[in-house]
Design a protein around this ligand. Structure first.
Ligand SMILES: NC(=O)c1ccc[n+]([C@@H]2O[C@H](COP(=O)([O-])OP(=O)(O)OC[C@H]3O[C@@H](n4cnc5c(N)ncnc54)[C@H](OP(=O)(O)O)[C@@H]3O)[C@@H](O)[C@H]2O)c1
Length: 262
């Protein structure tokens, strides 16, 4: 139940492409909830919002925002509230990685990645939880990655941001469960999205074994609805965390490096 004057809403960051776009499509078809789609590309968001309104009669709002900018999360929360909406499902999906050696990456790109993948995600969780606690219900989905389970050469910072998302989300779920709030960390393997164009991942082994964004979205939403704290998506990826735990750490790191070698 939302605060009386506010309408419950689902916020999806990074909804202009890939997994976020697939999640928006599924949620518009499956739930009657107002959707708030967030990303930087206004044209993509507007086209998706129009499609979802026509196809499902969904109520969809769009917010154009760069979440790498410090303070953007607070701006997003204020904007959502000003629209008369209360976030009862938060999907922290926006994120990017870069396939490169750490020393060859410009510092501003590293800072942007950390800001988007970790800081904005954390600030959004912090901002929505008080309202969720008051209403004694809420769902948070944080998109991590299978990169979270071991060190990732050529994705050193990205892998570390995703390890943060996984650990943070699991801890948060344990803290918030008694308040009626569930937090689900989603760990996809390689997925066919624009992620690999941005990362410069083409020609790698990872790019040869991709799931679709739609199958990832389906697994992610099943886990969210079941209140599961962690889901690894994709049949081939599911046993990965188990085998990685059995391996010497150096071997797991080497293996991760092989998968993204260009
Ligand atoms: N694809 C994979 O293989 C894979 C595997 C594991 C985990 N993941 C994770 O899955 C999530 C979704 O990625 P994807 O695969 O769907 O990639 P994608 O197609 O590139 O989507 C990324 C989304 O994030 C948005 N975004 C990027 N930078 C942003 C910023 N500064 N401010 C606001 N929005 C921003 C992008 O929109 P705009 O460009 O319009 O801003 C886009 O909507 C990410 O967290 C990624 O790390 C992906």
């Amino acid at each position: 139940m939302a605060t009386p004057s506010l309408t419950p809403a689902t916020v999806i960051t990074g909804a202009s492409s890939g997994i976020g776009e697939a999640l928006a499509r599924r949620l518009a078809a499956q739930e009657k909830q107002t959707l708030v789609l967030v990303a930087r590309r206004q044209d993509k968001l507007a086209a998706l919002a129009a499609e979802l309104k026509t196809a499902h009669g969904a109520h969809v709002e769009t917010i154009v925002l760069d979440l790498e900018v410090p303070g953007a999360a607070a701006q997003l929360l204020a904007d959502v509230e000003a629209r008369g909406l209360a976030i009862d499902t938060l999907i922290n999906n926006a994120g990017f990685g870069l396939n490169n050696l750490f020393t060859d990456m410009p510092l501003d790109r590293i800072q942007g990645m950390m800001q988007l993948n970790m800081v904005a995600l954390t600030e959004l969780c912090h901002g929505v939880l008080p309202g969720m606690r008051l209403r004694r219900q809420g769902r948070i989905m944080n998109i991590a990655s299978v990169a979270a389970f071991q060190a990732c050469p050529r994705f050193a910072v990205y892998g570390a941001t995703k390890a943060y998302v996984l650990m943070f989300s699991e801890a948060l779920d344990a803290e918030e469960r008694k308040h009626g709030i569930h937090v689900t960390a989603v760990c996809p393997g390689a997925t066919a999205t624009e992620f690999h164009d941005v990362a410069g991942n083409h020609g790698t082994l990872a790019a040869k074994m991709m799931d679709t964004a739609e199958t990832v979205a389906d697994s992610a939403l099943s886990a969210l609805n079941a209140g599961r704290p962690v889901v690894v998506t994709g049949l081939l990826n599911k046993p990965l965390p188990f085998f990685i735990r059995l391996m010497p750490r150096r071997l797991a790191t080497w293996f991760a490096g092989v998968v993204v070698k260009r």
